[in-house]
Ligand binder design. Structure first.
Ligand SMILES: NC(=O)c1ccc[n+]([C@@H]2O[C@H](COP(=O)([O-])OP(=O)(O)OC[C@H]3O[C@@H](n4cnc5c(N)ncnc54)[C@H](OP(=O)(O)O)[C@@H]3O)[C@@H](O)[C@H]2O)c1
Length: 314
């Protein structure tokens, strides 16, 4: 039987890497994988090649290269990385290129890693949340959402994937618990008592694999999460895993926006959006449904048990 090829942008990263792992693990399954990278010689790309992944070079800023990289593929995982450049316009353009390449290559199922347009809940004139770069409320959400229509208008058979907060941010994104002047650990999150859908980053790709196996999800929006937890529940999980007390510091979103690190205003707005639209935001990210896509979906406790030693306790 000829296997169906899934071409994966972001294969060397968190989301795409999870998808590559899932396809490789399903040896007797109907799919095979092609990893797309700008740099086939990188350590990450070479490591994938050693596992048997076909590695192809392409750049999201070059639609012709993407079209070639998608050629012959049944499926395409479409990912952009806002945090590499912090430009909404660039991210939307890259989303457009992904849609154009998927169309030109005739892929049968694209999964587009996108987000809600937060301006539907918080129009630009809404003074509860600052407008950023004159046209966004949450740039890394809104810019992805602005590319959704390219997939629809070009008639690309697409599943729109709404991802969630990576618990891995506690390791690499500086969001882990920090020691206060009293030497005690505190976990800062501007979510009040609201629930934050979270997920092990690797599980996003594993859920995407479940989506590729279900063509009936074409045209649908699917949200993924491993659990919906309040900041207090996350702090409790951290206390248990780290075997020391971690308190929850629910700073207001204004304070978070003022932290000053690159993207603090974008993330402060993002958490405010998630908190104030809690029911809709959690509702579209149905954990039980995700478990049907990915039976190995991790809980926060499971993720912590495997990753707690990697959390820097500054
Ligand atoms: N942090 C979170 O909590 C979170 C949650 C949900 C969604 N997200 C979203 O996730 C996205 C990032 O995904 P990730 O975390 O999987 O990424 P990542 O681990 O940081 O890796 C980035 C990937 O994107 C590829 N890439 C970037 N620019 C490219 C270009 N111009 N052409 C081709 N490939 C390019 C890189 O490939 P090469 O370097 O090999 O070329 C790499 O594989 C962001 O847009 C973010 O908004 C983040």
């Amino acid at each position: 039987m000829d296997k169906k090829l899934i071409a994966v942008t972001g294969a060397t990263g968190a989301q795409g890497g999870g998808l590559v792992q899932a396809i490789l693990a399903d040896k007797s399954g109907e799919f095979t994988v092609r990893g797309i990278t700008r740099n086939p010689g990188s350590d990450k790309a070479q490591a994938l090649a050693k596992l048997g992944v076909e590695i192809v070079s392409a750049d999201l800023d070059d639609t012709a290269s993407l079209t070639k990289a998608f050629a012959g593929a049944y499926g395409a995982y479409c990912l952009t990385n806002f945090w590499e450049h912090f430009s909404g316009e660039k991210e939307t353009k890259q989303g457009q290129s992904l849609a154009q390449a998927a169309k030109a290559a005739g892929v049968k199922h694209a999964v587009w890693s996108t987000f809600e347009d937060t301006r539907k809940a918080f129009p630009l004139a809404d003074r509860r949340m600052p407008t950023l770069k004159e046209k966004y409320k949450v740039p890394h959400f809104d810019a992805k959402a602005e590319a959704d229509h390219f997939f629809r208008e070009l008639g690309v058979p697409t599943t729109f994937l709404y991802t969630s907060f990576y618990w891995d941010n506690l390791i690499g994104f500086g969001m882990g618990p920090k020691k206060g002047p009293d030497g005690k650990l505190a976990f800062v999150l501007p979510m009040g008592d609201k629930k934050l859908p979270g997920i092990a980053a690797v599980d996003i790709g594993k859920c995407a694999f479940g989506i590729f196996k279900r063509p009936e999800l074409i045209g649908k929006t699917v949200g993924v999460a491993g659990e919906h937890l309040t900041g207090a529940e996350m702090a409790k999980g951290l206390s248990q895993a780290l075997e020391q007390p971690v308190s929850y510091n629910a700073v207001p979103s204004d304070v978070y926006r003022g932290f000053g690190f690159p993207g603090a205003d974008d993330l402060g707005n993002m958490f405010q959006f998630k908190a104030e639209t809690e029911s809709a935001y959690c509702g579209v990210r149905d954990v039980a449904f995700c478990r049907t896509l990915n039976p190995d979906l991790q809980t926060f406790a499971k993720w912590l048990s495997q990753n707690k030693s990697r959390i820097p306790l500054g």
